[in-house]
Design a protein around this ligand. Sequence first.
Ligand SMILES: NC(=O)c1ccc[n+]([C@@H]2O[C@H](COP(=O)([O-])OP(=O)(O)OC[C@H]3O[C@@H](n4cnc5c(N)ncnc54)[C@H](O)[C@@H]3O)[C@@H](O)[C@H]2O)c1
Length: 437
Amino acid sequence: MQNPSEISPASGRLGVLLAGLGAVTTTFMAGVFAIRKGLAAPTGSLTQMGTVRLGKRTDGRSPVIKDFVPLASLDDMVFGGWDIFNDNCYEAARNAEVLNPDLLERVRPELEAITPWPAVFDQHYVKKLDGPNVKTGATKRDLADQVIEDIRRFKSEQNVDRLVLIWCGSTEIFMEESEVHSSLELFEKGLDDSDPSIPSSMIYAYAAIKEGIPYANAAPNLSADVPALEQLAQETGSPLAGKDLKTGQTLMKTMIAPGLKARLLGVEGWYSTNILGNRDGEVLDDPESFKTKEESKKSVLDHILQPELYPTLYSDLHHVVRINYYPPRGDNKEGWDNIDLVGWLDYPMQLKINFLCRDSILAAPIVLDVALFLDLAQRAGMKGIQEWLSFYFKSPIHSRDLYPEHDLFIQLMKLKNTLRHLRGEELITHLGLEYYD
Ligand SMILES: NC(=O)c1ccc[n+]([C@@H]2O[C@H](COP(=O)([O-])OP(=O)(O)OC[C@H]3O[C@@H](n4cnc5c(N)ncnc54)[C@H](O)[C@@H]3O)[C@@H](O)[C@H]2O)c1
């Protein structure tokens, strides 16, 4: 047994702030309200349903995670957020057409009570979107200050003890790190000068981190994944997580690819295509937003298959990712993968995956877990990049000296070992020699 970390208790209310009150956000909130009322189970949520084995396999100790580490209770969560549309969360959930109207009626009062605050928005960064509920300000610094005012007002009106902020807004155009992102000083000057390299999501991220609030990015855009904001997080004690929730096709990819590599099966080609018809799909129909998503989806295979270590098996891999906007499908995405494999003596094989998933149904429990774990991290004194939360993301943020870990099973082991470490329990290595002594 090591020394457990000091973790302050999860007493009082946890405010969960969401930038973007669309399909993912409203499915997450409606789910929390429904679970609180006993109308549904928290399926898909590791914090609510997962267990963690402690000690030896013969010890029989596998507590539920929420009993093992002090997490905020769902009953203590309160919600607020921003959107460019004026719809309250009930109307937004109806428009998103993810959950059936019967269920939404049963949580209607709770959802209706959440109305969006005016958003920081600039169409330059999301071409396919425009809406009326938008802040005006002389500079980007002024807009960040307005977000901070919203946060403080919510905190005092709702009598909230702690907060987390998650970007669940639309995917912004592809941007690369530039000089203004390289240090906090240059970034803050950039806010004063309204530098075009600072998109809306970064303004929310700055506001949250400046306030010392944990911040996560559910989308693939850069947002807090720049040195300036990492530096600020170190100064203010904000834990950070992101980017791009690992749902749908990429979730499957990070389950299947480690298996193929484990058995040293070659992969010549991996062709992935999707149809989806929700607003996210419409935004991704713009090539500039799609490029951000494509980069996020494509990096996964290289890091899992490691062609530099296995050139014979993976160096000629053709990896193609397509997303097609197809309105009749709404949020019910359909993905097809064709994988061209190579086995013993170069004999070819094929694997076909047809995943009929529901995007926001897969995303909602991740938002819940990330909110609860970020709050835990902060109470345990952890700040900056939380690599142990890579489990939840397609493009996990990581130290600049490392490559990211994409293998879902390594990510899960890392997450559970982090929880064991926090509680002073032995880490599990799976060596297991002691059972045969
Ligand atoms: N659904 C999934 O499984 C999944 C998986 C990974 C990532 N994501 C990402 O999560 C994000 C949300 O997905 P969604 O399906 O809820 O999309 P959505 O289009 O239903 O919701 C996004 C909401 O963000 C709002 N918005 C856009 N810019 C904003 C701004 N600057 N400030 C405040 N609000 C803003 C939009 O008006 C919209 O209501 C997207 O970027 C998506 O790519 C979703």
